[in-house]
Design a protein around this ligand. Sequence first.
Ligand SMILES: NC(=O)c1ccc[n+]([C@@H]2O[C@H](COP(=O)([O-])OP(=O)(O)OC[C@H]3O[C@@H](n4cnc5c(N)ncnc54)[C@H](OP(=O)(O)O)[C@@H]3O)[C@@H](O)[C@H]2O)c1
Length: 186
Amino acid sequence: MTPATGSTAPAEGSTPPRHAEETPDLVTPRRRRVVLVAAVADNGVIGLGGDIPWHLPEDLRHFRATTQGHTVLMGRRTYESIGHPLPYRTNVVVTRDPQWSADGVFVAPGVEEGIERAQDFEGDVMVIGGGHVYVAAMPLATDQVITEVHMSPEGDTYYPDYDRSAWRETRREERDGYAFVWLERV
Ligand SMILES: NC(=O)c1ccc[n+]([C@@H]2O[C@H](COP(=O)([O-])OP(=O)(O)OC[C@H]3O[C@@H](n4cnc5c(N)ncnc54)[C@H](OP(=O)(O)O)[C@@H]3O)[C@@H](O)[C@H]2O)c1
């Protein structure tokens, strides 16, 4: 784990995270929710050629509202397609390349390590893709926030299959051509 310069970790002077080791009798550390946040087409497609094959401005606003104030965990390719750290969020990028770094992001050698590292930061762990990272994070996820995109575009990256009976839909907001859906692990 490499904190690079310009990280969005809690600023000096803000309340530091409290760890069980510091006050063992008083504090039970809160396990962060691990939330997969994805926009998924009806045919499972989430990406094409390093990009997302649709443009839904309201989904981008929904994504911002869902993830701000939390830690976002993403694969190196997704980070590079965004091109910069997401503001108002602690950014953790997963890569197997020990040489890789970028200003303003923490680097983790695996998804589990990234989730573990995020326990130190404010808010929940928002896993924001892409395909490889969703696959590795699915068994660890407590929640999913899915934008169901009602189209079937060409794609080269897919959201992983998961056992629907293991998840309960807690909220759904229908829009024209897509829907925001919240799922919790049963
Ligand atoms: N629709 C959506 O909601 C959504 C969201 C995000 C992304 N996307 C799309 O998804 C596509 C990118 O997804 P992708 O699957 O190609 O790439 P990705 O998951 O973003 O990144 C893959 C890279 O992350 C690292 N990585 C992944 N899993 C790892 C693990 N378990 N341990 C260590 N490192 C790991 C590796 O980096 P190294 O090669 O550096 O080792 C790997 O090459 C793009 O088209 C993007 O636009 C869609």
